[in-house]
Design a protein around this ligand. Structure first.
Ligand code: HEC
Length: 150
């Protein structure tokens, strides 16, 4: 899981550490059963969709490297227009300026009539992920960069 900034996780880790160090060992053992469970990080609908997009493109990359012709998109790209985002994220003007360009480029990867090389179309789509991420969600950028075909 890669969230936009890892601050949330750091705070969570600090909390866990602080809780852990304040207690005496015996006390800790006694409380182990009654301690409430930590609230798990709940990914937003958009975060889930982004992770599915990532997995799909990882598989596309493999196919293209193997010389295969990808033929379908198992994801509904229109979800980008409707999926709920996590707190702190919204469809900004920047988002709106990038989203349709991205959708078109992702669709063109499977366009068998295109005159542009498959690898080039694929890298264009990934560069459009990156273009939006540069301002809207910087955390996953190193991970997305690895999708590019060299
Ligand atoms: C139009 C802007 C935009 C485009 C295009 C875009 N993203 Fe994102 N991405 C976001 C935003 C905003 C979030 C944060 C969503 C949230 O937290 O609700 C995000 C989140 C993510 C995450 C983190 C999910 C998590 O677990 O928190 C990954 C991974 C990701 N995107 C990968 C990709 C990949 C791969 C592509 C291209 C195939 C892509 N994104 C295209 C804006 C974009």
């Amino acid at each position: 899981m890669v969230s936009c900034s890892s601050n949330k996780l750091k705070i969570l880790a600090l909390l866990v550490l602080c809780l852990g160090c304040k207690q005496e060992p015996e006390q800790k053992a006694a409380e182990a059963d009654t301690k409430p469970e930590l609230v798990m990080y709940q990914p937003s609908e958009m975060a889930n969709f982004m992770n599915a997009l990532y997995a799909y493109n990882l598989q596309l990359k493999q196919q293209i490297v193997n010389g295969e012709m990808p033929a379908s998109i198992p994801l509904d790209l229109m979800k980008l227009h409707s999926a709920e985002m996590s707190n702190g994220h919204e469809r900004t003007a920047v988002w709106n300026s990038f989203v349709n360009v991205f959708i078109e480029s992702q669709q063109s990867v499977i366009d068998t009539m295109s005159n542009t090389q498959l690898k080039e179309r694929y890298n264009t789509a990934i560069n459009n992920c990156l273009a939006c991420h540069k301002t809207e969600c910087t955390g996953p950028i190193p991970k997305i960069k690895k999708l590019l075909i060299q």
